[in-house]
Design a protein around this ligand. Structure first.
Ligand SMILES: O=C(O)c1cc(=O)[nH]c(=O)n1[C@@H]1O[C@H](COP(=O)(O)O)[C@@H](O)[C@H]1O
Length: 305
């Protein structure tokens, strides 16, 4: 999948990911009303509303972008109907040829990680049948439990040609509380980055590893160092847009070949119709506003090269 992702980024000249983080408050009233008319103001109604919202955004943007990143918490908050909306979103995006990064941030003891990996990236055996539960192409993973918590994910990735983005330096304000702690004179995120590079060597694609990293757009100085620490790992860069990350700061996340990073925007794209810049497009045409925001984001990121 990493080879396909790199090829799509090159073909579209678009190192971007659209984050599908559908809070109900972003779903325009007409979409909510229709879903509630059918299912009531219930968890089913919420699940239907976020699914229809996603579908419209994907229909309006899929030809511009290589990948999407549905964030599972935004679905899980609506219980089983929300998780069903997540599953349908993954399936629909794949049918459109999009690479799907399941932002699930999993990681546990080995046997439990193996189950997470089977559900999100692999298959499960039920009697004589081999079934796919969610079937994303990549998953985000938390490395806090160490190698035996990560290895089951890598094993499934090897079997299925899937990949990971492992949290190395996150974009949030408190990320330094633990991640920047010095250990033998070097920050923890560097130790983790080094480990990601080592894990990555065990599952290489053509030019990049299947094992990538997450490094927030809000810490460009650290991004620069981490780029060197993990030269063969793709970096998923969240924090652009709504969290304040700017394109001008993102060059160090890329390699000399102009590859190696993919920048995510969630709220900046899916709730574009609420921004002053795109307000003229209107809530009735929220998908068009998202498309305009994707076009602007691609131009903005490409302006750094
Ligand atoms: O793994 C992630 O995607 C992630 C890591 C990180 O360090 N920071 C971060 O914001 N994210 C996710 O990236 C998305 C950012 O959303 P926006 O700020 O709306 O663009 C959310 O889905 C976050 O969960």
């Amino acid at each position: 999948m990493i080879n396909e992702l790199v090829k799509k980024i090159q073909k579209l000249q678009a190192p971007v990911v659209v984050g599908l983080d559908p809070m109900l408050s972003y779903v325009p009233e007409q979409v909510q009303k229709k879903a509630f008319a059918e299912y009531g103001e219930t968890l089913e109604g919420a699940g239907e509303a976020i699914w229809q919202f996603n579908k419209e955004i994907v229909d309006k943007t899929w030809d511009l972008i290589p990948a999407v990143k549905p964030q599972i918490a935004m679905y899980e908050q609506f219980g089983v109907p929300g998780v069903e909306a997540f599953r349908k979103t993954v399936e629909y995006c794949k049918s459109k040829g999009l690479v799907v990064i399941g932002d699930v941030k999993r990681g546990d003891i080995g046997s439990t990680s193996a189950a997470y990996a089977a559900g999100h990236l692999g298959n499960v055996q039920v009697g004589n049948s081999r079934l796919t539960a969610f079937g994303e192409d990549f998953a985000t993973v938390n490395p806090y439990l160490g190698t035996d918590g990560i290895k089951p994910f890598i094993d499934v990735c090897k079997e299925e040609n899937k990949g990971l983005f492992i949290l190395v330096k996150t974009s949030n304000p408190s990320s330094g509380e633990f991640q920047d702690r010095l250990i033998d004179g070097r920050p923890l995120y560097e130790w983790v980055g080094e480990k990601v590079a080592q894990w990555g060597e065990t599952h290489m694609g053509e030019s990049y590893s299947y094992i990538g990293a997450v490094v927030g757009a809000t810490y460009p100085e650290m991004g620069k160092v981490l780029r060197r620490v993990m030269p063969k790992s793709y970096i998923l860069v969240p924090g652009y847009g709504a969290q304040g990350g700017k394109a001008a700061d993102l060059k160090p996340y890329f390699n000399e070949d102009g590859l190696g990073a993919i920048v995510n925007s969630s709220r900046g794209i899916i709730a574009a119709y609420k921004q002053e810049k795109y307000a003229h497009i209107g809530a009735a045409n929220f998908g068009d506003a998202s498309r305009a925001a994707v076009e602007d984001m691609i131009a903005d990121i490409n302006s750094i090269f």
